[in-house]
Ligand binder design. Sequence first.
Ligand code: 1PR
Length: 633
Amino acid sequence: MAQPATDTILPIPQVDQPTGHPREHKPKLYILDYGAGNVRSLANSIKKLGYEFEWIEDDSDFDKAEKLIFPGVGAFSQAMESLRSSGRFDSLLEYIKSGKPYFGICIGMQVLFESSEETLPEPIKGLGVINHPIRKFSSRDDSLLKGKKTVPHMGWNNTWKAWSTTSSESDETPKVMLDGEDYYFVHSYAALIDPSTSISDSNSPIKDFAYTLSRYGSEIYVSSVKKDNVFATQFHPEKSGPAGLDLLRRWLEASPQSLSAPSSTSASTSSPKTWQPTNPNPSTQRKGGNGLTKRIVACLDVRSNDQGDLVVTKGDQYDVREKSSEDGDNKVRNLGKPVELSQRYYLEGADEIAFLNITSFRSSALLDQPMLDVVRNAAETVFVPLTIGGGIKDTVDPDGTPRSALEVAGAYFRSGADKVSIGSEAVIAVEQLLQRERDGVEPVLSGKTGIETISRGYGNQAVVVSIDPKRVYVDTINPNWKEDFPKHHLDSLIVGDEATSRTASEERGKAWWYQCTISGGRDVRDIDVVQLAKGVERLGAGEILLNSVDRDGSGKGFDLDLVNLVKNAVSIPVVSSSGAGSPDDFIEVFQKTETEAALAAGIFHRKEVGIDQVKERLEKEGLPVRRCGLNTI
Ligand code: 1PR
């Protein structure tokens, strides 16, 4: 059985709470934190909604709690192990059985189930409130192009009610979820149901609990459960923008009595209900795709400028200095303040925001308090996923204190990051992996790299690898170039005559491969983008952020050949980055590749195109996007 990484248990984050809301008017709300991942965002969203809460610190708090939220983040095994080792397993179960309102989020929903196959061959037991297993999504799916499905299921998906009622839906009190909204999911395991069989079995326990369902490819899973006092979502409301905040607000506003009343939505009640294993609502059905929207990511490259202020900068092929200035002083481009810009992008409808600390290799990340502050401050008002990159690696502080990559990542998660992005260190890790393989060293996976330790502790969905490849042109004048081409890089070779990019006409007669770089494109390594992508997937990365040094800041569109190479090499989601110059570029990358997300920086920073405009264009082309009703909260 995989051992949970107990060294990831971190202290409860300090979150200032709102004043002016006397507790006696509101039920006592507690949050159960088991020390992993980003619970700060939930705390921030509760604070934003004007509610106070306390952390469960000892067992007597379960008695004091009138409402309880369990925001599980990371791995099921770690959550269960932590509940058992802290003695909270029984107290939590008792709380749930007492009939007081419980709200589980993600792992906080999964732990309600009988078991999870996360630790196969030996499944790990959950609380057993719902007698149904948590199983892994299949990465094979014949309903999708090439029969391949990316796992984890990461992004924005919609939900529909598991049961239709004959009476008006508004009879449901309290109504905690609105119909037709997209919510942010990130998980590899789910309460999968077989639409044809399991639910028609009258003994199927899941049907009493299934509140909403969602589709990922051809697989249907329970996206929220609700029965009596128990409500739980597989998605993260605290990361689901206004729709998620609205849901949280509804649950927080509802009285404990109304939340604990016998459920009117489950199969067990007397009013006639019909099971709806497929989405009955044509306006929210996403035919043809896997169910997820295409994500638009805004990226902020952050560094200190020459005056020492932390600014968002933007490179042109990674060169972030102005080309010329009258005084001959090539200043670092300053496009704004990181937190303010992230707030703007959130309001414009960004599905995710990435902060990359681009000079991180110069200092110790844990001592880089300004960067931790950026995350902390952004997480107070930005309720979509935040990725932080730069310097996520084993380091040594100037005073000689060693810091593991896991510790560095933990500090960012506790500050409000949902994912960390690893760049240079991932290249070194895959080089070592390939070397171990060549040398016949067993086990090939050392288990010690940052990617492995962080994904083990926080789940692979929390680990992004940022790749900075450069095109290397081959001398095609040489008639023997194909024979001379290094065999180990053949998988990343593109012959210009077959290129798919819009610029392909300029590439006739040429050929190139994609070489990986480290330290922000400064050093090239003898490893290509396909080797790297496959290697990081083996190590446990959950997503790839695919930059292009050549396209960065060029406005020439995404490098489709590069995206297709990487997409075909891995089963994890790929965020295409670099080169966006107009909304058409987003349409092109989503229509001509299978990429899950597209990232841009320059055009957003310079306000040439708004994120809302990009989404509007994508929608017109029939591409699924999340449109958020920002007036809600
Ligand atoms: O190596 O783990 O410390 O991480 C450093 C991180 O910083 C890496 O993710 C690396 O990509 C990034 N980085 C380092 N130097 C630069 C630089 O620009 N000088 N930025 C840099 C990478 C690329 C994207 C950019 C897209 C889209 N920048 O961040 O946002 O290219 O831009 P566009 O839409 O304007 O074309 P480690």
